[in-house]
Write a protein that binds this ligand. Sequence first.
Ligand code: UDP
Length: 333
Amino acid sequence: MRVLVTGGAGYIGSAVVQQLVAGGDEVVVFDDLSQGHRAAVHPQATLVVAGLDDRAAIDRAMAEHRPEGILHFASHTLVGESMEHPFRHLGNNVRNGLNLLESAVEHGVRRFILSSTANLFGLPDRDPIDEDTSISPGSPYGESKFILERMLHWMDDRFGMRYAALRYFNACGALSPELGEDHDPETHLIPIILQVALGQRERVTIFGEDYETPDGTCIRDYIHVEDLADAHIRALRALDQGSRTYNLGIGHGFSVRQVIEAARDVTGHPIPAVAGPRRPGDPARLIAASDRIQRELGWEPKWTDLHAIIESAWAWHRTHPRGYDDRASAPAS
Ligand code: UDP
């Protein structure tokens, strides 16, 4: 299939591109490189450097490459930032998504995969969280993704656009030691912990130790990027049988303390940790019920062992301590 991947130079997008190319698909990456990295784009993919605020550039890419499907990753993704700058998310994510959707419809594209989020559920009333859990986004970021899901519903209803909305829980790990997570600024737990192990930070701050969980710290469902990529590919192949929405996680959670402890084992570094205040909006537990995608598409997470997950992330961070910018100087180990 010919596919257009927005945000294909980013963490999750680049992993999905890797798997698409490996499966024989023709991939065009559409990315403004504001957060993504040129070096993360698969050499067999065509890279179009442009933003989704540029409708003419989207139209040109559609006309030139005639994609049969779109995978849409490009987005502002930080929950905390969205609380401080709601227009960046409610504005840009929605406006850019609308540009992409309008152009897709005009150019006859009828397959669409949206990266959505567990933040749709805010402080959820179910545990684990299945697709029928009530939606109450926890931030402007989550709201922007929900608006896109609703737009897709109407694109299907009006134009026969077949879509899959994939709601990720906590994406983690590295697809290979050459393809990993590189955000600036970094806000996610596992990379921050590994930056401590690399000596780039003195300590990790635990955001709250007074939650109603066994060790008092928040529990999250960490899903490996390889399993996420597999879910995207299965969803893409299944679209002709109809639109669908899936929650994606391993169905099991780890606490912040457990993640730090596992990283100490994997890296051999003491990783000092200090208690800090709660981060606003953080629920105590977020665990996915992914039965629907398991039942309908035969998807099953392979990465369920926390040590193995952290080892895969560590293999990337250890060899790329400054992310994609330091390939030449990375140690050979
Ligand atoms: N967290 C933490 N210290 C940090 C970063 C994150 O204690 O420096 C916690 C955070 O409160 C949450 C979990 O780690 O409970 C995962 O956070 P992350 O930002 O990685 O992902 P999110 O759950 O926000 O998608």
